[in-house]
Design a protein around this ligand. Structure first.
Ligand code: XAN
Length: 447
């Protein structure tokens, strides 16, 4: 791409036009948690793909050259319950299993009502986009129509997403919120077929058994087959809470561990993302590594529901793919910036207990929220950083925007600006969001 042939004034968003972006860039690479590039030009072709970095003199028209601005990759939320957004920020006074029975299952039952679903799903997609989540891995509910609606809404607003219709045929405490085994299989097939038939460019289905406690062995096996036959992603929960781990042991006595339950049912693959994993053993982490399966670290939820503290360093040492998740609404914040902060805080809390541990740095947490998330979803060939050939999923951040929660001082370099943004910033600082080269924030209706 040559600078003169491709430069074109942007501003309105939309694909189909080649652009160049000038200014400062911060991203992670395979070898480095943080690489910063100042006074650079990134070419993005008409298909939204990053085509080249230039330094030196290039003629450009789309710019970010204020001292307080930089581009960073869009953030990847590897675990978020879109349906639970309706009560996020509340109902945080119970541990997991009571929290599910008393608050979550009754709320999720309401998504049979498509008006209710439309309102909640529109709000969560808009909110997460404004917070800089360019890719979201969503749990919906057991309702096929509402789950399809979530797909339609993410497509409309231009967010990249994996959408899971939740599967569950066991629910002894709230029996009105579950499916028959056959129904769950058939509705999953219908959901997958109908979502794929829409041919959304950035929205795909993900097979979603809720967790081992709410699925029979027959359902788990069938979902494993469905994922394999259609080469689909899989998401679920694992080893979040000690009581849950004990229940799963009792429910599946023939399996040697919680991880083994998913292995035996064909659900632990290189396209699987399991949320939490706070209480996984080293042997289970080795199995994750062998299978190429990934973990979503959800530190806000782990603390809010008093579930456990994931030892991120141990997961990384086992070379298990790892990303961050907000886990709305067990996690009370829908912002990946909060997930970054809580991930660092959790690792520091573990260091208080064990001085031998190395805390997570802000740079490592930045990597988990961007490139790490793309690896978790096996999408690192097309997003996660500014490598040539990948889609331009990016945030234009301005730490000095009017009303900013951040103060900038002389001598603050790009690394300092990024660290301040990650620790102190919010959606006021995210002035533009791009997904696959298309500008999606500011939102179409500016709300
Ligand atoms: N396990 C879960 N954990 C969680 O944090 N949120 C949920 O909705 C859920 N379901 C099973």
């Amino acid at each position: 791409m040559s600078s003169s042939s491709s430069s074109s004034s942007g501003g309105g968003g939309g694909g189909g036009v080649a652009r160049v972006y000038r200014g400062a860039f911060a991203h992670s690479t395979r070898d480095s948690a943080l690489r910063v590039l100042t006074d650079c030009v990134l070419g993005v072709n008409a298909r939204g793909k990053e085509s080249e970095f230039y330094t030196g003199s290039v003629e450009v028209r789309v710019t970010n050259d204020r001292h307080s601005e930089f581009f960073m990759p869009g953030m990847v939320d590897t675990h978020i319950h879109a349906s639970q957004y309706a009560y996020s920020g509340t109902h945080l006074d119970l541990p997991l299993l009571d929290w599910l029975n008393i608050y979550t299952f009754p709320l999720e039952s309401r998504y049979e009502d498509l008006d209710f679903a439309k309102d909640a799903y529109t709000k969560v997609v808009k909110r997460t986009l404004r917070n800089g989540t360019t890719t979201a891995c969503y749990f919906a509910t057991i309702h096929t129509e509402a789950s399809l609606l979530l797909g339609e809404i993410t497509d409309y607003f231009g967010q990249r997403a994996l959408i899971g219709k939740v599967c569950m045929d066991l629910n002894p405490m709230v029996p009105e919120y579950k499916e028959l085994t056959e129904e769950s299989k058939e509705e999953t097939d219908r959901f997958i077929t109908e979502l794929l038939r829409k041919k959304y460019a950035l929205v795909k289905p993900i097979v979603t058994p809720r967790f081992a406690m709410s699925c029979s062995s027959a359902l788990l096996s069938n979902l494993g087959k469905t994922a394999r036959n259609n080469d689909l992603h899989i998401q679920s929960h694992i080893s979040e809470n000690k009581q849950e781990v004990q229940f799963v042991k009792a429910l599946f006595p023939e399996c040697k561990s919680y991880t083994d339950v998913y292995v035996k049912h064909g659900l632990l693959t290189s396209k699987t993302v399991m949320a939490h994993g706070c209480h996984l053993t080293d042997e289970e982490l080795e199995t994750f590594h062998e299978k190429g399966a990934a973990l979503s670290h959800c530190p806000n939820s782990n603390i809010s529901l008093i579930s456990g503290l994931l030892n991120v360093r141990n997961v990384l040492n086992h070379k298990v793919k790892l990303g961050l998740g907000t886990d709305v609404a067990g996690g009370y914040s829908s912002s990946m910036l909060d997930a970054i902060r809580k991930a660092v805080d959790t690792s520091k809390a573990l260091c208080i207990q064990d001085a031998q541990l190395q805390p997570l740095s802000y740079k490592e947490a930045f990597r988990l929220a961007t490139l790490g998330g793309s690896e978790v979803l096996s999408l690192d060939d097309c997003l996660g950083n500014f490598e040539v050939g990948k889609d331009f999923d990016a945030l234009r951040v301005n730490v000095g925007v009017p009303g900013s929660p951040i103060d900038v001082f002389p001598g603050d370099d790009l690394e300092v600006l990024l660290e301040k943004f990650l620790n102190l910033g919010d959606d006021r600082n995210i002035v533009e969001v791009y997904v696959a080269g298309k500008r999606v924030v500011p939102l179409p209706d500016s709300k």
